[in-house]
Design a protein around this ligand. Sequence first.
Ligand code: CMP
Length: 233
Amino acid sequence: MAKAPDSDHDEAVVRRAPLFTALDDSAASTLKAAMTTVKINKGGVLFSEGDEGQTLYVIVDGKIKLGTRSSDGRENLLSILGPGEMFGELSLFDVGPRTATATAVTDTRLLALGHDKVIPWVTAHPEVSLQLLARLAQRLRRTNEVVSDLVFSDVPGRVAKALIDLGERFGVKKDDGFHVNHDLTQEELAQLVGASRETVNKALADFAARGWLRLEARAVVVLDYERLAKRGK
Ligand code: CMP
C-alpha cells in the first residue's frame, strides 16, 4: 500500500525520540506498530498530576505543556514539549502517580505506548535504556539550571533564556528574523519563568524597545539573537 503523504515526516520525527534513536529501521517499525495514535485538541488535558500513569507518549505534531498546581491554585509550567519529544515515563520508572498535568497547547498528535509494553521492550533492547537514561539526565541538568536561575537570575534574564530555549525547538529562520512560534499566552509564558504576567510583559516590552525582538500574538520574532542570548546567560 502507498504511504500516506505525512508518513515520511512522521517517521523522521518519531525516530528522534529516545525510545527510537538506538533502534535499527526494522525494530523501530515494530515498536511504532505497537503504539497507538492519540489526537488531542488545543486546551485538552491528556492526564492530570496525581493520576495513575499507564502510558508513555511521543509527540508527532503539536505542543504539550507540562504543569503543576500549588495547593492555592497557582500554576507552574515545567516544560513545553514539541515533535520528537517524549513524556509520561516517570510514573513508569518510580511506579508513582503522574508528576505533572499534560495539556495540549495546540492541536496535537501523539503516539502512545502502554507502560506494560515498555518494560519488555527495554529488556529486549538494552540499548534503549541508555537513551532513556541519557534523556532523564538531560532533564535533571535542565531542572538544576532552572532552580539556579530562579535563585540567581532576574525575571528579564529568565524570559530571555526561555525564549532562546523555545527558539531552539520551535524557531524558524526567515528573512526578517528568527520566528519563535511558542503558541503560549503571556500568562503561560509567566508560568514558565516563575514570575507574574506584569513583570514578564514589562521584560518583553523592554526587549522590544531595545530592538531585540518584535512581539506577535503567541510568538516573537527575534531580531538580535546575540543580545537576547547574552541577556539569558
Ligand atoms: P509522568 O510523571 O508519568 O507524567 C508527567 C510527565 O511530565 C513526567 O512523567 C515526565 O515525562 C514529564 N516531566 C516531569 N517533570 C519534568 C520536567 N521538569 N521537565 C520536563 N518534563 C518533565
